[in-house]
Design a protein around this ligand. Sequence first.
Ligand SMILES: Cc1cc2nc3c(=O)[nH]c(=O)nc-3n(C[C@H](O)[C@H](O)[C@H](O)COP(=O)(O)O)c2cc1C
Length: 166
Amino acid sequence: MGNTLILYGSTTGNTEKVAGLISSNIENSEVVRVEEFDFSSIGNYDNIIIGSSTWGIGDLQDDWEGAMSDMKNADLSGKKITFFGLGDAESYPDSFVDAIGLIYNDIEGSGATFIGKTPVSDIEFDASVAVVDDSFVGLVIDEDNESNKTEDKVKAWCDQIKPELN
Ligand SMILES: Cc1cc2nc3c(=O)[nH]c(=O)nc-3n(C[C@H](O)[C@H](O)[C@H](O)COP(=O)(O)O)c2cc1C
């Protein structure tokens, strides 16, 4: 399996925790906080797993706000890319995990191949920018209301994406 970058932004540590769980399920993976990532090294990775929580009402996590221009300018052609989004479906049902949808929208034309979609039936919510063609663009995790499900969801999703990674 090729090299996998797990690139995340996290304000209170939930996305960071899930990044670590994903890494323990994916061989040859490296976890990097997006604020500290040197985008000139992006060529070293065959796969990118992008993680963000959502803040405000449907906003990117702060570290991603500063990194999006670098992300948009990066050469992503040929890479396999997927997402994991942290959100709170009970308090923010109309902007649930929007951030990963915003990032997807910015890089969907990059020449990367997008993998790891998950069914909207996995969780109750009303609206999300992260839903594309009736599926979430990646794994969605609600640590605020159902943290007991997180480990099993991460493991099942990693089993789903592993055969598709470069
Ligand atoms: C002020 C505030 C605004 C939030 N806005 C949203 C939102 O619009 N959509 C959503 O799904 N979750 C929202 N959340 C929930 C966070 O995304 C969730 O707690 C997440 O697990 C935080 O992850 P982090 O610690 O990695 O930043 C919000 C939480 C707070 C406190």
